[in-house]
Unconditional design. Structure first.
Length: 604
């Protein structure tokens, strides 16, 4: 028996998790039958493919298999990496799956750009069915969609906490409308219910050759947003999302079956869902159109919020450089705003709208990133279950992965027709990730940190002979075994030693939440180590408050600033990344009046 809390989580998940996959019925069949003749055989084959795609890839692949793997209830590609890497004995395997994670994160960005563009534009195109707007030009529709996108992205800095409570009820009404219109259409052609038989899907693929293979690249549109079930699992937990999906799955199937039934009697239909609703209840069409616009905005909002979360995970696990993060809620730690990511997405969304000009053309770019991300997930979960010797789940996961690879292969045919767009977008974060991670390792070696034992010899000598400054000085370090040269420079070159010196070590754990801190044993007279360990989703972590809670009253906070000198083009790019992104101390909101940067020149 569900209690009020469970029902509340299910309702909220409808708005946050299912916005993308829940608005796919707006364009999926419309796009497919732009390239396929709407015969009864073709309609039944496509409907069967959609049913089995949702069942195999989303229900089995995500809700059963992938969502059983988590860290304290948190999901996502980075979480899979954190689960898998400690299980691997080979350094090459760790490197391979780390690279797979980089690819998965980058592809999510590529997918995230197309989602709001195609969702908003496809809903706006429904205006054409209103007699007063029947002659509206595509340029005007693009302009309207662009304005909606600009307003949506401009609102992000305000936070979504206040409007989020409305997302679930709106999507509940949306799913109700899809179900009612779908069931009504199925009543006219009940034979479409037979499409659940896999025979129709197999026969379609077997008899249509290259065309059937290409149709697979459009069928996957019905499952876009399925990855959100896992990525957003930490917001509500596994159980509410699975329960909500059992309802959403039922609704989506009847919506697609209803559209297929309508198409059997109206083979001339172009915008299938909107024309079906218009034929059923013309008086209710405008409210339905407004509802669809609200649903697509919610779908886009869910994608944007999810993108912020994924990027934050990448930042805190040191996959991406530190970016300025704003915290839009005092109560919900997942409510964050990353300005750089927000405006990057908006620019790409607007370019996509003006380049592709219609949702039909945009579908040529959609699906490649999604299937690539699903394939990465499939390979990782198959490996995890295999290493754990859960061969049954590993075998099922392998079957799902093969299906993912088939969809990915079919989407490769889209590359010359616009699919390169999502790959181009995904290549930007991928390039940044590769350069940033490799540059970070190279710079760490170039810095030549001082072994702790060698450092302590000099420290003890200076501390007991040199004059000391009253108060406490803080120094940030990553690994206590090796001391950054900026600390040695401060103490031994600039002769700045405080009576109390504390090394602050901030470590990100492989768990999403939780913050712990403690003093370690003193290293020497006047020298202590304060260790802070925090989960990688602790977006609201305030180190200054932690220091105050621990009774530390510092006079000054020292941190290292690297001045990179290089003639290598790649390392120049790395240097540029370091210069344009916030420093460590800005990211964790340390008091500016106490900060003192110590510059170290490095040759790469």
């Amino acid at each position: 028996m569900l209690n009020r809390s469970d029902l509340s989580k299910i309702l909220k998940s409808l708005g946050l998790v299912f916005g993308d996959i829940g608005t796919s019925p707006i364009y999926t069949l419309t796009v497919i039958f732009l390239i396929l003749e709407p015969t009864k055989v073709n309609i039944m084959g496509v409907l069967s493919l959609i049913f089995w795609t949702l069942l195999l890839l989303v229900t089995v692949g995500y809700t059963w298999l992938t969502m059983s793997l988590s860290r304290r209830g948190e999901g996502g590609t980075i979480v899979l990496m954190e689960i898998l890497n400690p299980m691997l004995k080979s350094g090459r395997k760790v490197a391979f799956f780390t690279l797979m994670t980089y690819i998965g994160v980058s592809l999510l960005v590529g997918d995230g750009v197309i989602t709001p563009a195609i969702s908003i534009l496809s809903a706006v195109e429904g205006l054409k069915l209103i007699p007063a707007f029947s002659g509206i030009s595509q340029g005007v529709l693009i302009a309207i969609a662009a304005v909606i996108a600009i307003v949506l992205f401009s609102f992000q800095s305000k936070g979504t906490e206040k409007v989020a409570v409305f997302f679930g009820p709106v999507m509940l009404v949306w799913f109700g409308a899809l179900l009612i219109t779908g069931v009504a259409a199925v009543a006219d052609h009940p034979e479409v219910l037979l499409a659940v038989n896999p025979y129709y899907a197999i026969e379609f693929v077997a008899t249509h050759g290259v065309v059937g293979f290409f149709v697979l690249s459009e069928v996957i549109l019905c499952a876009t947003g399925g990855e959100a079930l896992y990525a957003d699992m930490g917001h509500f937990g596994r159980a509410p999302i699975i329960r909500a999906w059992s309802m959403v799955f039922f609704v989506l199937i009847f919506s697609y079956l209803g559209q297929g039934a309508f198409l059997m009697g109206h083979t001339e239909a172009k915008n299938i869902l909107f024309e079906m609703v218009y034929s059923q209840a013309a008086l209710l069409y405008i409210p339905f159109l407004i509802l669809s616009l609200m649903a697509t905005v919610i779908a886009s909002q869910a994608m944007i919020s999810g993108m912020f979360s994924v990027m934050y995970q990448a930042i805190t696990t040191r996959i991406l450089p530190l970016l300025k993060v704003d915290y839009t809620s005092d109560e919900m730690r997942s409510q964050i705003y990353i300005q750089t990511v927000n405006w990057f997405l908006l620019v790409c969304v607007l370019i996509a709208m003006f380049v592709f000009k219609s949702s039909g053309h945009m579908a040529a770019a959609y699906g490649l990133a999604v299937t690539g991300s699903m394939t990465v997930t499939g390979i990782m979960i198959t490996t995890i279950f295999f290493i754990r010797k859960n061969y049954f789940k590993s075998g099922i996961a392998a079957v799902v992965t093969v299906a993912d690879i088939m969809f990915l292969s079919s989407n490769m045919l889209k590359i010359p027709h616009g699919g390169f767009w999502s790959l181009l977008i995904a290549s930007i974060p991928f390039l940044v990730i590769i350069v940033y991670t490799k540059g970070g390792r190279k710079m760490y070696k170039a810095i030549k940190p001082v072994p702790i034992q060698d450092f302590l010899v000099q420290y003890n000598e200076r501390y007991h002979t040199a004059s000391k400054i009253d108060g406490t000085g803080l120094f940030f370090i990553r690994d206590i075994k090796f001391i950054p040269p900026y600390i040695a420079k401060t103490m031994f070159v600039n002769n700045i030693i405080y009576k109390e010196n504390i090394f602050i070590s901030v470590n990100i754990t492989d768990h999403p939440f939780g913050i712990k801190w403690q003093f370690r044993d003193s290293l020497a007279d006047g020298l202590q180590v304060f260790d802070i360990r925090m989960g990688y989703m602790e977006s609201a972590a305030d180190i200054d408050k932690i220091l105050t809670s621990a009774g530390i009253e510092e006079n000054v906070i020292f941190y290292g600033v690297e001045d990179i000198m290089t003639d290598n083009l790649i390392w120049k790019f790395y240097s540029l990344i370091r210069k344009v992104t916030p420093s460590f101390v800005q990211f964790y909101r340390l008091p500016a009046e106490k900060l003192h940067g110590v510059v170290t020149r490095i040759n790469l």
